[in-house]
Design a binder for this molecule. Structure first.
Ligand SMILES: [Zn+2]
Length: 135
């Protein structure tokens, strides 16, 4: 099946803007001074008629890292900016959780020219948060 990626450029621009909006420009140590390290293990899957893709990896965040927890959807044409773990992580830090895991479904559409079809992108995450010793 042949698809023309006519809308890709416009979509990329929109995605870039959405990603920019996910940036905070604030470092972890400024917002969460008690956090020593955050490790995000992520497993992403996406299946469409073009085939399926799978990716996993670990993202290590240190006090000097930016408060930015956006993981891109594996679907190249997806209309969403990706999976934003910011609210999950910030509420975990507020309740001083050290281990958490969960899943997220992509909220985007399969492609800009397929608005009726929601994206199949999926994220499974395991997050470990270490805190500094209180003085
Ligand atoms: Zn997606």
């Amino acid at each position: 099946m042949y698809r023309k990626y006519v809308t890709e450029k416009a979509s990329e621009k929109l995605k870039q803007t959405m990603r920019m909006n996910a940036h905070t420009g604030i470092r972890i140590e400024e917002l969460y001074p008690n956090v020593e390290k955050i490790e995000i293990h992520h497993v992403r899957d996406h299946t469409s008629f073009c085939g399926s893709s799978h990716n996993e990896g670990t993202w290590t965040i240190t006090p000097q890292s930016e408060v930015f927890f956006l993981i891109e959807c594996l679907n190249r044409e997806c209309t969403s900016a990706g999976f934003n773990l910011r609210s999950v992580i910030s509420s975990a830090i507020h309740s001083r959780m050290t281990d958490l895991s969960g899943e997220m479904r992509c909220e985007g559409q399969e492609a800009p020219d397929h608005p009726e079809q929601s994206c199949d992108g999926h994220l499974k995450y395991t997050i470990k948060i270490s805190y500094r010793q209180q003085m």
